[in-house]
Design a binder for this molecule. Structure first.
Ligand SMILES: NC(=O)c1ccc[n+]([C@@H]2O[C@H](COP(=O)([O-])OP(=O)(O)OC[C@H]3O[C@@H](n4cnc5c(N)ncnc54)[C@H](O)[C@@H]3O)[C@@H](O)[C@H]2O)c1
Length: 333
C-alpha cells in the first residue's frame, strides 16, 4: 500500500474528511491547497498538526515538482466543486481544472509516481438516461463537465503512454456535516438545513421533484481511499449510493428531524442546463472496489442538522439567507 501521499485540495470538504480517515490508517499526507475555498479556519484541529500543508496553486509547475518529490501516490481534488463556480468564472474554472491537472500528471511522470486517484464528476453523464453507468458515452453540456472529461482523456493518455494508473472518481451529490466553507455553493441539503434553522423559507428551483444521488462526505472520501488501495487498471468509478432522493423528500426529512413543518418557495429554474434526475449505477464500485455507502440520507441529514446547530451555538456560522444562496461571490478565507 502506498503510504506517502500527496492530496491536492486537502483543506476542502471531501479532502479534510478523507484525510482524517487516512491519517487513522497510517498514511503520511502532504496537502497542496490554495486555501481559497477550504480556508485554513475550516481545517479541523484534529488533523491540522498531522499533515504537511503547502499553500499554493496547482497551476504552478515548479511547486508541483516540489510537492510530488518522494511521494508514492497522489489523490487530486483541487478544482471548483460547483457548476455555478464555472458559470460565474468560466476562464478561472476551466484553467484550474485543466492546467492544474496536466501539471500534476507531468510532475508525476517526471517523479516516477505510478498511481493517481482524481476527482472527475457525475456531471460528465448529463444528457444520458439514469441510472448512469461508467461505460456510457459522454457528451458534457457545460464547462465543468467538459473540463473533467478532458481530465479523464488526458489521464488515459498518461496511463497508456507512461504507465501511470489513473483512477477517475465521478462523485454524485456529496453532502455532509461541515460544509460551511462553501457558503452559498454548498450542497442543497446543507443549504436547506441552514435556511430552515435560520427561519428562512427554502427556495426550490422548479417543483421540487428533481432528484439527486446524495452521498455522505465520509463515504465519498472512503471511496477515494479505497481506489487508492486497490491494485486496479486505469478506469472510472461512480461515487454514489444508487438511491435517488427528491428535493421535496429532503425537505420532508428535514421537517421530520426538526419536528416542524417546513415551508417552501418554488421559483422557476434560473439556468438553462439543469438536470432533473441524477442517479448512479453502483455495480462497478461495488464489484471492483468493494465499495458500498454506509450513511443513508436520513442519518446524513441528522448529522448536518447537528453540526449546524453546534456551529450556530458557537456563532461560528454566518447566517445564510436565500439571497446569499445562489450566484454570490465565493467566501474568502
Ligand atoms: N462536492 C461534490 O458534490 C462534488 C461532486 C462532483 C465532483 N466533485 C469534485 O471533487 C473535488 C473536491 O470537491 P470538494 O467538494 O471537496 O470541493 P472544495 O471546494 O471543498 O475543495 C476543493 C479544494 O481545492 C482547493 N483548490 C481549488 N483550486 C485550487 C488550486 N488551483 N490550487 C490549489 N488548491 C485549490 C480549494 O481551496 C479547496 O480547499 C473537486 O475536484 C470537485 O470538482 C465534488
Amino acid at each position: 500500500m502506498s503510504k506517502r501521499v500527496l492530496v491536492t485540495g486537502g483543506a476542502g470538504f471531501i479532502g479534510r474528511n478523507m484525510i482524517r480517515a487516512m491519517l487513522g490508517d497510517g498514511y503520511t499526507i502532504t496537502s497542496l491547497d490554495n486555501f481559497k475555498i477550504g480556508g485554513w479556519q475550516h481545517v479541523p484541529e484534529d488533523i491540522r498538526d498531522h499533515v504537511e500543508w503547502v499553500q499554493g496553486d496547482t497551476r504552478n509547475f515548479d511547486l508541483l515538482m516540489q510537492v510530488t518529490r518522494h511521494k508514492e501516490a497522489v489523490i487530486h481534488l483541487a478544482a471548483p466543486s460547483s457548476f455555478l463556480m464555472y458559470e460565474e468564472d468560466p476562464v478561472g474554472g476551466a484553467s484550474v481544472t485543466t492546467h492544474g491537472f496536466i501539471n500534476l500528471l507531468e510532475a508525476m511522470r517526471r517523479q516516477d509516481i505510478g498511481k493517481l486517484v482524481y476527482a472527475s464528476t457525475s456531471a460528465v453523464y448529463e444528457g444520458n438516461d439514469v441510472p448512469y453507468r461508467e461505460g456510457m458515452e459522454l457528451n458534457p453540456p457545460d464547462l465543468k463537465a467538459l473540463s473533467k472529461k478532458w481530465n479523464e482523456e488526458v489521464a488515459k493518455q498518461y496511463s497508456e503512454r507512461y504507465g501511470i494508473t489513473a483512477i477517475g472518481m465521478r462523485p454524485f451529490s456529496v453532502y455532509g456535516h461541515d460544509e460551511f466553507s462553501k457558503g452559498g455553493y454548498a450542497n442543497i441539503i446543507s443549504l436547506f438545513v441552514w435556511a430552515v434553522l435560520n427561519d428562512v423559507t427554502p427556495v426550490v428551483w422548479g417543483d421540487g421533484s428533481q432528484t439527486r444521488d446524495f452521498i455522505y462526505v465520509e463515504d465519498a472520501g472512503r471511496a477515494f481511499q479505497t481506489a487508492l488501495e486497490r491494485d486496479l487498471p486505469t478506469q472510472e468509478f461512480n461515487v454514489g449510493t444508487g438511491i435517488e432522493t427528491s428535493f421535496n423528500e429532503v425537505l420532508s426529512l428535514i421537517g421530520e428531524e426538526l419536528g416542524k413543518e417546513v415551508k417552501k418557495e418554488f421559483v422557476e429554474i434560473p439556468i438553462a442546463i439543469y438536470a432533473q434526475r441524477l442517479l448512479a449505477n453502483v455495480e462497478r464500485a461495488e464489484k471492483v472496489l468493494g465499495f458500498h455507502h454506509e450513511v443513508d440520507v436520513r442519518e446524513g441529514i441528522r448529522r448536518v442538522i447537528k453540526a449546524a446547530r453546534g456551529a450556530q451555538a458557537t456563532q461560528q456560522w454566518p447566517a445564510i439567507s436565500n439571497a446569499q444562496m445562489y450566484f454570490e461571490t465565493l467566501p474568502t478565507g
